[in-house]
Design a protein around this ligand. Structure first.
Ligand code: GRG
Length: 308
């Protein structure tokens, strides 16, 4: 049993295999990303090799999977969501490359491999992160838009999640909070921006690519907010309960760098209970889909019980 599943949040009665969904969609996303990105040989080759090194280092592709599953819940072909799923993954990978830099978390391992700056040097790692962020918008810009969601609306959604009010805001608060006692409210502020914003954006973009109704978008937003926060709480728990080998990155880093985390503030037991409560709320948000959001439910369950 994994560290995070003492009591099931809800009986698993999904007619599909989440692991299989993740594996097949990761393969499809990898294929699409490979097509969207300049080849490793394109000049200057160093930057394209560095971008590809981190992008294809073996990430779980959870954000693209959520994006594709949200499109399916709204009755659309997953193919409509694929460019946006790839754009989100590029932003996520850029944030990891920059987060690992000596000026940030200073990490040597990510996704089970040496971090980008350890292989290519700091200057190229910074540029690879910049290029992945830019690449995300180049990919998203190729979307034609949908009747309820214009091309402009979709690009704005992505920019807002990645910008200084969300992803970057969370990172700034995280950096400024290091070594200081912060409240649970401040920690929630960090997690909602640093982690939850991009997960929420992933499901919202999936819905938009399916031309979802306003009510469906609201339900997806509620789902995304809840699983986003639960995801980071589980990440905090795994940092103390798993090994570096299991995580593919340095375990115990949060405590070593005196970072505020849910386990540090409320303890492991309460942290697990909170992640379970948030996942239950996420399930409730899906009621509107009347049984058509089984993939999203399965993914939420998986995120709660994951061990890496
Ligand atoms: C812009 C520098 C900069 C940072 C933005 C997202 C972020 C803030 C920093 C990344 C590091 C971090 C602790 C992020 C929180 C989200 C998180 C737990 C990421 C790991 O996500 P997984 O488990 O990773 O989905 P894989 O490798 O599977 O894609």
């Amino acid at each position: 049993m994994s560290a995070t599943t003492q009591t099931p949040v809800q009986p698993s009665n999904h007619p599909f295999d989440v692991q299989d969904f993740l594996a097949t969609r990761a393969a499809a996303v990898n294929l699409a990303l490979d097509r969207f990105l300049p080849s490793a040989a394109a000049k200057p080759a160093t930057i394209h090799r560095a971008m590809r090194y981190s992008l294809f280092a073996g990430g779980k592709r959870l954000r693209p999977a959520l994006c594709l599953a949200a499109a399916a819940a709204c009755g659309a072909d997953e193919g409509e969501a694929m460019p946006l799923a790839c754009a989100v993954e590029c932003i996520h990978t850029y944030s990891l490359v920059h987060d690992d830099l000596p000026a940030m978390d200073d990490d040597d391992y990510r996704r089970g491999k040496l971090t980008n700056h350890k292989v290519f040097g700091e200057a190229i790692a910074i540029l690879a992160g910049d290029a992945l962020l830019t690449q995300a918008f180049e990919i998203a810009a190729q979307c034609r838009g949908w009747p309820r969601y214009s091309h402009q609306r979709v690009v704005l959604e992505l920019a807002s999640a990645a910008g200084s009010l969300h992803l970057i805001a969370g990172q700034v608060a995280d950096v400024e909070g290091e070594g200081r006692r912060i409240s649970i409210q401040q920690l929630r502020y960090i997690h909602e921006r640093k982690t939850s914003a991009l997960l929420r954006c992933s499901v919202r973009l999936g819905g938009m690519s399916a031309n979802c109704t306003a009510a469906q978008l609201k339900a997806l937003t509620d789902f995304g907010c809840n699983i986003g926060l639960a995801f980071q709480i589980i990440d905090d728990i795994l940092d103390v309960t798993q090994t570096s080998q299991q995580l593919g990155k340095t375990a115990g880093k949060d405590a070593a760098s005196q970072k505020a985390t849910y386990p540090a503030i409320v303890g492991l037991k309460k942290s697990r209970a909170l992640a379970q409560r948030l996942t239950r709320r996420a399930f409730s948000a899906l009621k509107r889909f009347k049984g058509k959001a089984g993939l999203l439910e399965g993914l939420a369950e998986f995120l709660l019980s994951r061990d890496r």
